[in-house]
Design a protein around this ligand. Structure first.
Ligand code: SF4
Ligand code: SF4
Length: 439
């Protein structure tokens, strides 16, 4: 029997949608950087189709190309033919993994540790995060950095050390009760996903999200035992693991029991809304996955849908406005088409002046783990993003994805730019807290 091929088995109507018009080319960051057709959406889709048609083998060149793609989905927004690049991309990376052309002991070790071990059980991730927190809190990290010992290590290792995120002193389960009642009249019952990396690095954003939901009439269920959504796995060719995590999420949050299942991470939301496709061949989960997709809501989308609780008017503020700009996370804007709601949310906050960010939907280079695997391209994109941020004169950048938050925080720190980088929901939670604090 011929081995299973992700691209050959993919619905051919998805594979053959591209009409080669090239309208997506100017929106593609990798094509913009190289001007090489192979690095463009059209070029990549041609390679995928050639494999689906049996005219090309999944070679190392093909696999490298699929990993040079950011998966930012800017091409999907630009495409007039409605090409489903997200689906093609996931299957192409799975095909690349299946071919084994990128395999090496080091790569297998890293993927085994992260994708197959660390992110498959979040207790392990929390354990590792606690070890990193000790390293940071006991002063070992600053000692290591000051001692100059890092100069003895390869450049790549030094770069990775500099990117280590600051681990929060308390994780989501220590900040948020499993059940938070609605403030005032209960209108909705929602579940809140605390995420994988989001939990140790941005548990404060999860706490702010729950506070904002409660303030807007939602009873919020946040069970401490949660699982990764699997987007990391789906985007890195681990299809079977992504399916296993989708099933686990559905079991942990039965969609019929909630009005909405809330995510505050753009990258996760984009994946969470497509469990029905992922589990289409599973008769035990197919129907629940369809309901799940309908119930998953990005936090901005949900708040605008239910009508945001008003705040004191702009005239009531006592200090001058803080200039804030907004960076669109790729998977929130291109994956979920959510661009208006975060800006609406920011405009409701008294004391903030929202200014446009040039190229706000151009990838910042984070792209999941792209900044770890393709540092040169990621750094080029980060420099471009920071230059635009500086041009706005903003003191605050709001963005709604942990990867983008980290990428811009690290970039601003490295360039010495005094910038506060926050999730929009944090700004809203602060405004609600200020409102209830007597002056
Ligand atoms: S996903 Fe982004 S990087 Fe990849 S082809 Fe599309 S626009 Fe280019
Ligand atoms: S992906 Fe869409 S925009 Fe790009 S070449 Fe194909 S049809 Fe045209």
């Amino acid at each position: 029997m011929a081995p299973h091929s992700h691209l050959k088995d993919l619905d051919y109507s998805v594979v053959q949608q591209c009409m080669h018009c090239g309208l997506c080319l100017p929106t593609c960051p990798t094509y913009d950087a190289t001007k090489v057709e192979r690095n463009s959406p059209r070029g990549r889709i041609s390679l995928m189709r050639a494999i689906a048609d049996g005219q090309l083998e999944a070679t190392k060149t093909f696999a490298d190309e699929m990993y040079f793609c950011l998966g930012c989905l800017a091409c999907q927004t630009a495409c007039p033919a409605g090409v489903n690049y997200a689906e093609l991309f996931e299957h192409a990376r799975a095909e690349a993994e299946q071919s084994g052309t990128l395999d090496s002991p080091k790569r297998s070790c890293i993927r085994g540790f992260t994708l197959r071990w660390l992110f498959m059980d979040l207790r392990r991730l929390r354990f590792v995060s606690r070890v990193v927190r000790l390293y940071q809190r006991l002063g070992v990290q600053s000692l290591v950095r000051r001692s100059g010992i890092l100069k003895l290590f390869p450049r790549r290792l030094r770069e990775l050390e500099a990117m280590t995120p600051e681990i929060q002193s308390r994780f989501s389960a220590e900040l948020i009760a499993p059940l938070t009642p609605a403030a005032g009249q209960k209108k909705f019952r929602v579940a809140m996903l605390t995420g994988c990396a989001q939990d140790p690095i941005f548990s404060n954003v999860n706490r702010d999200t729950v506070e904002v939901l409660a303030r807007n009439g939602c009873e919020v269920w946040t069970p401490p035992a949660q699982s990764c959504c699997g987007s990391l796995h789906a985007h890195n060719g681990e299809w079977v693991l992504a399916q296993a995590l989708a099933r686990r999420n559905i079991d942990q949050f039965p969609p019929a029991e909630f009005d909405a299942i809330i995510t505050n991470a753009g990258g996760c939301g984009s994946h969470l809304k497509h469990f029905a496709k992922l589990l289409a061949d599973d008769p035990n989960y197919r129907d629940r996955a369809k309901l799940w997709d309908k119930k998953v809501k990005d936090i901005h989308e949900w708040l605008m849908e239910i009508g945001l609780q008003s705040l004191p008017s702009e005239a009531d503020r006592r200090v001058g406005p803080t200039v804030v700009t907004y960076h669109d996370s790729c998977h929130l804007c291109h994956g979920q088409k959510i661009t208006v709601q975060p800006r609406q949310l920011l405009r409701t906050i008294p004391g903030l002046k929202l200014v446009d960010l040039p190229e706000s939907s151009w990838c910042c280079g984070s792209a999941g783990i792209y900044n770890l695997t393709q540092p040169e391209m990621a750094n080029e994109l980060l420099r471009r993003k920071l230059a635009h941020i500086k041009s706005t004169g903003a003191q605050v950048v709001a963005t709604a994805n942990p990867g983008c938050l980290l990428q811009i925080i690290n970039g601003a720190r490295a360039e010495g730019i005094p910038l506060r980088v926050v999730h929009p929901v944090t700004l809203l939670a602060e405004a609600y807290r200020n409102e209830s604090t007597p002056t």
